[in-house]
Ligand binder design. Structure first.
Ligand code: VLZ
Length: 134
């Protein structure tokens, strides 16, 4: 059975989101608000087609992609820098490389027990988030 990330997920831990936001150049005032948030992710997966909607009381971010197909990402409401993104499978992990102005930018999703994990990377910063099913 292939892995299925579909579901509604609530953030339960968020390690070094501050460092990740600093690396992205997010301003101080926005960071103060953003680090208090407990975002929810709604993921719809149909084979290799993904819809990932991250929502919060402050801002939302919607990403839709197909594994193996490069796409333009605008990061609207985040750092607003455009990049070329490519998501691939590495065994049961979903790995995104975001090529653009920022070095070493990307993220990885995987399931561990009942939890959804997300590692967000930018330059030398790594943010680790864990979500539980709503
Ligand atoms: O997740 O790239 O699931 O896009 C946080 C919104 C969204 C809160 C973070 C406002 C997006 C932040 C993380 C204001 C600066 C992300 C991908 C993997 C899908």
């Amino acid at each position: 059975m292939p892995v299925d990330f579909s579901g509604t997920w609530n953030l339960v831990s968020n390690d070094n989101f501050e460092g990740y936001m600093v690396a992205l150049g997010i301003d101080f005032a926005t960071r103060k608000i953003a680090k208090m948030l407990k975002p929810q992710k709604v993921i719809k997966q149909d084979g290799d087609s993904f819809y990932i909607h991250t929502t919060s009381t402050f801002r939302d971010y919607l990403l839709e992609f197909k594994v193996g197909e490069e796409f333009e990402e605008d990061n609207k409401g985040l750092d607003n820098r455009k990049c070329k993104s490519l998501v691939t499978w590495e065994n049961d992990k979903l790995v995104c490389v975001q090529t653009g102005e920022k070095k070493n930018r990307g993220w990885t999703h995987w399931l561990e027990g009942d939890d959804l994990h997300l590692e967000l990377r930018c330059e030398n910063q790594v943010c680790r988030q864990v979500f539980k099913r709503a």
